[in-house]
Design a protein around this ligand. Structure first.
Ligand code: NAP
Length: 284
């Protein structure tokens, strides 16, 4: 089958062009938008991601401060840092990197991020606003999936969508966003019995499990649209998704590439959220 590649680079470039103009307006009127990146790990993949966020911020005109609390930071230390930035007029936006130190989950600390600065929508308040259909920052990866599908003119209303993965930062918020687009949503996870039979009835399958090659041709129906959120390091060091691309391409009408699909749109939306937070703060 001729499978359309759901690339995200063009959409990311369009979002970034607009965000850059908005950031320049803020800078011209006094201060550049300011993002605090809080890190508490010594994970190389996280360091690579933080570096790429810093570069993206620089290209847009966002001032970025990285705070490294170390891989042995306590819950109290992480909360204190998040609370300080939440209160500080000199910080517009906060992102807390994962992984967190061993034994600490995002749920242990995310409530210390003020919702007005929670640009990746990870706090319980942000997630509750999303679940209630109220305005707030939405997790950028989930938003990126919906925006990517829309940009490629893939209809969501009335379609059956299966999301593989139920994390608080990708799967669950994505399900909420898809519901808001009037899709009929199924969420699959590691305890789902017979995953292929669940995914094979879907018009659209979103793979967000963090498992290399989890979704194969036998998981999808002929003509399905497949979005690959997975960002996994293969044994050879390459970044690969959750989808076995060759067998899926033989049946899918469209598939998002990894890298170059959801990833660049996610980063662009994060930067857009930072500028929105800064605009809101200047208006307050
Ligand atoms: P996570 O917190 O580890 O959650 C993974 C989810 O997948 C869980 O709900 C888990 O089920 C489910 N799962 C695991 N193995 C499964 C299996 N064999 N069958 C069905 N479901 C299975 O991961 P995450 O943070 O949501 O991230 C998911 C993926 O997206 C990762 O590869 C991550 O790197 C990537 N990601 C990409 C971006 C981007 O911008 N492109 C951003 C964020 C994350 P249980 O709940 O039952 O354990």
């Amino acid at each position: 089958m001729d499978t359309v590649s759901l690339t995200g680079k063009e959409l990311a470039a369009a979002i970034n062009a607009d965000t850059k103009v908005r950031a320049a307006v803020l800078t011209a009127s006094g201060t550049a938008p300011r993002l605090a990146l809080i890190v508490a790990n010594d994970d190389p993949a996280s360091a690579w991601y933080v570096n790429s966020l810093r570069k993206a911020a620089e290209r847009i005109g966002i001032a970025c401060e990285t705070v490294d609390l170390g891989a042995d930071a306590t819950v109290a230390a992480i909360r204190a840092e998040l609370e300080a930035h939440s209160a500080a007029a000199s910080t517009d936006a906060i992102m807390l990197q994962t992984p967190l130190p061993a034994g600490i989950t995002l749920d242990d600390v995310s409530s210390s991020i003020a919702a007005t600065k929670d640009v990746d929508g990870v706090s319980p308040l942000s997630l509750g606003l999303l679940a209630s259909g109220l305005e707030g920052f939405v997790p950028a990866t989930s938003e990126a999936v919906v925006e990517l599908l829309k940009q490629h003119q893939i209809m969501l209303s009335g379609r059956n969508v299966t999301v593989v993965g139920r994390s608080n930062i990708v799967g669950k918020p994505l399900a909420q966003l898809l519901l808001a687009e009037n899709a009929t949503v199924t969420i699959a996870h590691s305890r789902t019995a017979d995953l292929p039979s669940v995914t094979a009835t879907a018009d659209i399958v979103v793979a967000a499990a963090g498992r290399i090659g989890l979704v194969t041709g036998k998981h999808i129906r002929e003509g399905a649209v497949v979005v690959d959120v997975g960002t996994n390091e293969a044994p050879d060091g390459k970044i690969v998704g959750d989808v076995e691309a060759d067998s899926v391409r033989a049946k899918a009408s469209a598939l998002s590439p990894v890298p170059g699909g959801v990833g660049p749109v996610t980063t662009a939306l994060l930067m857009r959220h930072v500028v929105t937070a800064a605009e809101n703060a200047r208006r307050a």
